[in-house]
Design a protein around this ligand. Structure first.
Ligand code: FAD
Length: 287
């Protein structure tokens, strides 16, 4: 089913992101986690695409499995790194033939060792170009990425939003944000987007911090601002993993509650293939 179809009957959606497990042990772990999350009846799930297309085969196999064998509404992530237009057409046709209806279309990060993104010959420079190409030749429900704390390459948030508007006009049906921790930044972002004429759903991307060492990783990954109060709390419990987990979960629940109460169109959880935190947060939100 297309996710836009779900939007017609659901004011808010609850979705979960996975990545393809890298070996047999992780695959077993993954199965257990998906089983836990299925109990929550997610609106849809998404599967990431490894840097530079490194997980293509596993991403495609996993979306096929989750959708066609397990019966979940599924969205495949796809980036145009290292892909010519012909290759993109071939890949999207493959997904179409598998009955996949939803795509998260991305530019992707520059390959390791490359400072800036260089489009391959006969390829795409920006996600918007990929979006337009897919819209013209296929019939997917298309999602795009956006950045509450600004994409790291963009000179300003205004600049980023101007390009985001072009991307949406090129064929994005809805947007999912990069992870963030400051709700006020999300609200400001949505306001700027609306002023720029972006009217589609902007679903907040949520990641619970459950271990102290994640702070640096998440900040580096996304450039997201971590609220001082949360940082101080996590610092205090630095040597106590249980207390850190609890503090991280409590923060996420507060963050999610405020977003939902303020009219956010749902939540998208970056699960990192671990169900415990996402299940706990979701259950507390809906109980
Ligand atoms: P774009 O929308 O093309 O934007 C990239 C930069 O270019 C921005 O700074 C933008 O302002 C600028 N820009 C856009 N259009 C123009 C233009 N016409 N002229 C000048 N500048 C322009 N990565 C993966 O490898 N695999 C994944 O599965 C994956 N999933 C993700 C899911 C979500 C929800 C998010 C938020 C990110 C994901 N990423 C993933 C990361 C993403 O690939 C990177 O953040 C990448 O650097 C940008 O991709 P994009 O699609 O946002 O690019």
């Amino acid at each position: 089913m297309k996710i836009t179809q779900i939007f017609k009957t659901h004011r808010q959606t609850f979705s979960f992101e996975f990545f393809p497990p890298k070996d047999e042990i992780s695959a077993v772990d993954f199965g257990i986690n998906v089983g836990q999350l299925m109990k929550l009846n997610p609106s849809f799930v998404t599967v990431t695409y490894g840097a530079g297309g490194s997980t293509q085969e596993r991403t495609f196999a996993l979306v096929d499995y989750l959708q066609n064998k397990i019966g979940l509404t599924c969205m495949a992530h796809y980036t145009c790194v290292n892909a010519t237009m012909e290759r993109v057409a071939q890949d999207l046709k493959y997904l179409e033939d598998k009955g996949i209806k939803n795509l998260m279309l991305l530019r992707g990060d520059p390959p390791k060792g490359q400072k800036s993104f260089v489009a391959p010959k006969n390829g795409f420079q920006y996600a918007g170009e990929l979006m337009r190409f897919a819209r013209k030749s296929f019939n997917f429900c298309q999602a795009g990425a956006c950045y509450v704390d600004k994409h790291p390459e963009a000179p300003s948030i205004e600049d980023d939003i101007r390009h985001l508007k072009e991307k949406v006009d090129a064929g994005a049906d809805f947007l999912i944000t990069q992870l963030f921790f400051e709700n006020k930044n999300y609200f400001r972002f949505v306001e700027l987007a609306r002023k720029a004429g972006i009217n589609c759903r902007i679903i907040p991307g949520i990641i619970p911090i459950t271990a102290y060492k994640q702070i640096e990783r998440f900040t580096q990954m996304s450039g997201a601002e971590i609220p001082r109060a949360l940082k101080e709390k996590l610092e205090k419990y630095k040597d106590d993993p249980d207390a850190t987990y609890k503090a991280g979960i409590e923060f996420s629940i507060g963050q999610c509650r405020e977003l939902l109460d303020s009219g956010a169109p749902g939540l998208h959880f970056y699960t990192l293939n671990k169900s415990r935190a996402a299940v706990e947060i979701y259950e507390r939100l809906t109980s």
